[in-house]
Ligand binder design. Structure first.
Ligand SMILES: Cc1cc2nc3c(=O)[nH]c(=O)nc-3n(C[C@H](O)[C@H](O)[C@H](O)COP(=O)(O)OP(=O)(O)OC[C@H]3O[C@@H](n4cnc5c(N)ncnc54)[C@H](O)[C@@H]3O)c2cc1C
Ligand code: FES
Length: 258
């Protein structure tokens, strides 16, 4: 069920350049069904900015009713969010969308590939996969070392490779360069990040089964406004589309035109 909760800020820390980790407490957490779901965050107190900001749930703890969001303070809304203090409340709508399906994975290996602000939902996903018996490997891509985060957290869960565009951390280049160089063995892949990264990954891993999570611009977040529509791969007449907010944001690889 989607709820609107005034969630209390438990902690709020800068963890890399312009990257913040926000831990919130509230009953909304009881409704979270799957890793990869997101919430719609109201930033500021008045009507400006009008639109909520979609942010993935990076992790949650149902017993403690807490959830972690990791976001980049970039534009007007996320910069406003970065000013929120411990003890204050944030207006959150969610959980929204369909997350990653996590099946039993005894003796199977998952490759999790994240780019930039697409990395956060993979942290909760990795934990859920491990709980279902999967071995996990991670490839995380960042612009450079200064904006990288959660390297050690992912390393605690499984083998972790980093790629940075300028080579200041890990392999110089993109996540696809790591795949080519390290050739990690795996059964299925799970990915979230910018569209060009997802496109390159999908084409390189064409023969593998996988899931991708899209970060399309959104309006309502609940399937009512059509702001987040994407065409399906198989779309002969131009009318076959999905709404990323309510049909996704997670889709099997190959379903959506990137
Ligand atoms: C399903 C989903 C999950 C996401 N998860 C995360 C996350 O975990 N961490 C994180 O840092 N970011 C995440 N994003 C991207 C995040 O929503 C945008 O970075 C953010 O909305 C930008 O807002 P702003 O106030 O900084 O920028 P502004 O320029 O002020 O935003 C103006 C408008 O454009 C939209 N917008 C701008 N950039 C994006 C973008 N890249 N994607 C979608 N909408 C955008 C804003 O929501 C807003 O409506 C996610 C996006 C989606 C769709
Ligand atoms: S954001 Fe309104 S339909 Fe998806």
């Amino acid at each position: 069920m989607i709820v609107n909760d005034q969630m209390k800020v438990v902690s709020h820390e800068k963890i890399a350049k312009n990257i913040f980790e926000l831990v919130l407490h509230g009953e909304l957490v009881n409704q979270i069904k799957a890793p990869g779901q997101f919430v719609h965050v109201k930033v500021g107190t008045g009507i400006d900015p009008l639109l909520r900001r979609p942010i993935s749930i990076a992790a949650h703890n149902q017993e403690e009713q807490s959830m972690t969001l990791i976001y980049r303070a970039e534009g007007k809304g996320t910069k406003l969010l970065s000013l929120v203090d411990i003890g204050e409340t944030v207006d959150i709508l969610g959980p929204l969308g369909n997350g990653f399906t996590v099946e039993e994975g005894e003796s199977k290996t998952a490759l999790l590939v994240g780019g930039g602000i697409g990395v956060p939902p993979l942290y909760g996903l990795s934990k859920s996969l491990i709980a279902k018996g999967w071995e996990v490997k991670h490839i995380l891509g960042f612009q450079d070392r200064s904006v990288s985060f959660y390297k050690e957290r992912f390393e605690e869960l499984g083998e972790t490779f980093i790629a940075t565009v300028d080579g200041s951390l890990g392999t110089k280049g993109f996540v696809t360069d790591v795949i080519q160089k390290e050739a990690p063995g795996f059964d299925e892949y799970f990915s979230c990040g910018p569209t060009p990264m997802l496109k390159a990954l999908q084409s390189r891993l064409e023969m593998k089964s996988g899931f991708i999570s899209l970060e399309e611009r959104m309006g309502c977040g609940i399937g009512a406004c059509f702001a987040c529509v994407c065409h399906k791969q198989d779309d002969p007449d131009g009318y076959s589309y999905v709404k990323v907010c309510s049909d996704g944001p997670v889709f099997p690889a190959g379903v959506v035109q990137l």
